[in-house]
Design a protein around this ligand. Sequence first.
Ligand SMILES: Nc1nc2c(ncn2[C@@H]2O[C@H](COP(=O)(O)OP(=O)(O)OP(=O)(O)O)[C@@H](O)[C@H]2O)c(=O)[nH]1
Ligand SMILES: [Mg+2]
Length: 364
Amino acid sequence: MRALIIGIGQCGTKIADLFALVDFEAIAINTSKSDLEYLKHIPQERRILIGESLTGGKGVNANPVLGREAMKRDLSLVMRKMNSVIGYEDVDIFFLTFGFGGGTGAGGTPVLAEALKEEYPDSLVVAIGALPLKEEGIRPTINAAITIDKLSKFADSIIAIDNNKLKETGMDISGAYEKINYTIVERIASLLALIDVPGEQTLDASDLKFVLKAFGSFATVGYAKAEANKVKNLSRLILKSFENEGLYLDANIESALYGLVAIHGPPELLKANEIFEALDYLAQKIKGKQIFRGFYPDPREREVEVVTLLSGIYESKSIEDIILTAKRYAQSFIKAKEEAEVRKRELLSGLPDFDDLYPGEINE
Ligand SMILES: Nc1nc2c(ncn2[C@@H]2O[C@H](COP(=O)(O)OP(=O)(O)OP(=O)(O)O)[C@@H](O)[C@H]2O)c(=O)[nH]1
Ligand SMILES: [Mg+2]
């Protein structure tokens, strides 16, 4: 199973850099030269500055029109570099990491997703994006809504992480970002680490691709971990992984089409009846009724870890709030703009030109 992580913009490249730290192949793309320099783990030759002719390497200041243009102008450079990193071995899934609320990531990611789909039709393109905080104001919300719409046409799944969920942790903002970035990487890395490895019942790349090939709908990754001696009933731990606090998105999991549950831990704890109790419950609960499962007994392990992936989700309060707020704002903005134009025309109509009032000043 080969995954390639591509970070776009500041948020996205920070997350990709953490993936590189835990040995994933990662590429960073940004309009900001200094943000690219700030990365620690992605090798220099895998950092791509785009839109330099447009912004002089200074970022696009949350303007996705510029982010989109930067990616378009340098798309052939990006795809060439991509090609040289990929070589001859196929990529199963491209994970594109980015922040929905900025300019480079929001504007550039859909352009790249479309190009990757065209160039590598057998690979999946999965977007992993952070949704803006409500306090950031209207602009990030609009950027997010329009980017969701565009990505839903090209990405196979969109894993949306709601930054608002981290406010509940009560940390300062940069600490909270760090934590959520780390959590995203931990979850996805734990999931990928269990694909194509030996186990009791295993998950392979085609299972994961099946689950994530979901017409650009939303997916969420749940997670729960406990020390082996504290696990009284594994069923409860599994359920916890996809309950609300396990997820980073307010989503109605009943609207999910597919689920995938991977459990890793000491053999004596992976009791079939407890596992099936939870999996049956989950299969009943989700719309698609299909759960892929992998059990990985490991005698060296002192912890039990459960990673849950739910895909095909189309009901999410986090997403609906963003879309409805953006639509409402767009309507009132467009109306206000039209009114302003009408008022301007009304006010200025009937004025003469200079020549009407200063006749005969210039002899021709
Ligand atoms: N989870 C998480 N979210 C972040 C992080 N940094 C920024 N964000 C979110 O991402 C959005 C801003 O995106 P950035 O990545 O900073 O913007 P960009 O894509 O670099 O685009 P420009 O800076 O406008 O060129 C905001 O809505 C933030 O909430 C981060 O490290 N982690
Ligand atoms: Mg930036």
